[in-house]
Design a protein around this ligand. Structure first.
Ligand code: SAH
Ligand code: SF4
Length: 422
């Protein structure tokens, strides 16, 4: 396991390096930044991300008779979410006249892809451009990451531009600009992945449904999904729709830093799997690592987990625990973690900390991660250690950040070197 120490050491010897030496949250006096809520859509709206009912209503506005609305919406839904149509003229089961009218009023646009990076381990990261808050303003950028593994492919999807929260170990939390993504921008990320991987039904010439390359979704990209609840819910319901993209709710995991009031809603209104970013077993430390803990402390968070609709031994809640050297990685912490989760149907994911330029945290030593993991294993939990993926393209957890603050060529090379020796 490589912790990047060689590479960091290389940077540290550079007189011009600008790494700051302290974690932010220890000194930060605030918990949240103010999000920008307003959104200016492009001139012709995209049909991507509309619910079936909204699609019927949109067709009504261009003169489709009410009696035909449901059937037409069903046709468009199929072309969009099963076949991945990008143009109305691909929709051959829709009349030519209607296709022309649709084209005059709507698009099938996904967010614009401005960059694609492919890691040495096959991970792909797309940088997407979204409209800015005001007309004429600089566009916003957001990232989406595809992680291929044997037997499945996971897409890590963003829910916000930046994040209002300020977890001290997370790169996304350092980004000042924040806005909520629309349902279309969230569904659009899955559509882009299927476009770029030729993963639509029939696109690779397979007969029938075939095995999809994008088989799992994790809401673990930029942003706190439960602070953009309605849009995330509406988007995930489209993604899970059995007559469309059809990714089962058991293969969709929403990760939250602990927005307690919306956890029950996620279970009831989305019905997806839940992951909770715990990272500490004591409130004093969690206040520092995940400042939202000051609002919703560990006991309230765990009560919400116990009450999570649908949680059972077959549908366990995942607890994420980032391994920070000398901070939360003692064996006493491991034992306390096991005690804390007693009685909750849980899985524990130990995540090696992914360093980013400017952080003062270090990843725990591999030997320590193994000892920590053994305590958890002996307590009856499978405790997989999540292998960092796509390190060379800063695609790993918590490193997603808009390219507005670009890495220097030197930093990119250093990160690529880290991945090569992983
Ligand atoms: N906002 C949500 C989802 C996005 S973050 C949340 O916090 O759960 C996805 C996961 O990556 C979280 O568990 C987060 O704590 C973790 N993470 C953030 N920064 C990280 C880093 N630098 N190294 C490892 N994991 C990190
Ligand atoms: Fe936001 Fe999650 Fe990063 Fe915390 S860990 S700053 S909640 S994206």
């Amino acid at each position: 396991m490589l912790q990047g120490s060689k590479v960091w050491a290389l940077w540290m010897t550079e007189p011009l390096q600008t790494l700051s030496a302290r974690p932010r949250a220890a000194t930060a006096g605030f918990v949240e930044k103010t999000p920008l809520e307003r959104y200016v859509p492009p001139e012709k709206p995209s049909l991507v991300g509309l619910s079936r009912a909204q699609l019927v209503a949109a067709l009504g506005t261009i003169g489709v008779p009410a009696a035909q609305g449901k059937m037409r919406a069903q046709q468009i839904w199929h072309w969009l979410y099963v076949r991945g149509a990008t143009r109305f003229d691909e929709m051959t089961s829709v009349s030519k006249e209607l296709r022309t009218v649709l084209d005059q009023h709507f698009t099938l646009a996904r967010p614009e892809v401005v960059a694609e990076q492919v890691s040495v381990d096959g991970t792909r990261k797309w940088l997407l451009r979204l409209p800015g808050e005001h007309a004429g303003e600089r566009p916003h950028e957001v990232e989406c990451v595809y992680i291929p593994e044997a037997g499945r492919g996971t897409l890590c999807v963003s829910s916000q531009v930046g994040c209002t929260l300020t977890c001290s170990f997370c790169h996304t939390g350092t980004q000042r600009l924040v806005r909520n993504l629309t349902p279309g921008e969230i569904v659009g990320q899955i559509m882009i992945a299927r476009d770029r991987l030729a993963d639509w039904v029939g696109a690779r010439g397979e007969k029938g449904d075939g095995d999809r390359l994008v088989s799992n979704i994790v809401m673990m990209g930029m942003g706190e999904p439960l602070y953009n609840f309605e849009a995330v819910r509406d988007a995930l319901l489209i993604v899970a729709d059995g007559e469309g993209i059809a990714i089962s709710k058991r293969r969709i995991t929403l990760s939250t830093s602990g927005v307690v009031p919306n956890m029950a809603r996620a279970g009831a209104e989305i019905g997806c799997m839940l992951a909770v970013s715990l990272h500490a077993v004591r409130d004093d430390l969690r206040n520092e690592l995940v400042p939202l803990n000051r609002k919703y402390p560990i006991s309230e968070l765990l009560d919400a987990c116990r009450a999570y609709p649908g949680a059972s031994n077959a549908r366990r809640i995942t607890f994420e625990y980032v391994m920070l050297k000398g901070v939360n990685d003692s064996l006493a912490d491991a034992k306390a973690l096991v005690r804390l989760l007693k009685g909750i149907p849980a899985k524990i994911n130990l995540i090696p900390f992914n360093p980013w330029p400017g952080t003062a945290y270090e990843c725990s030593d591999w030997a320590q991660i193994e000892k920590f993991s053994e305590i958890i294993f002996n307590a009856g939990y499978a405790s997989p250690v999540r292998t960092p993926r796509g390190r060379d393209i800063l695609a790993a957890c918590g490193q997603l950040k808009s390219a507005t603050e670009k890495l220097s060529a030197r930093e990119r090379l250093a990160l690529r070197a880290m991945a090569m020796t992983d």
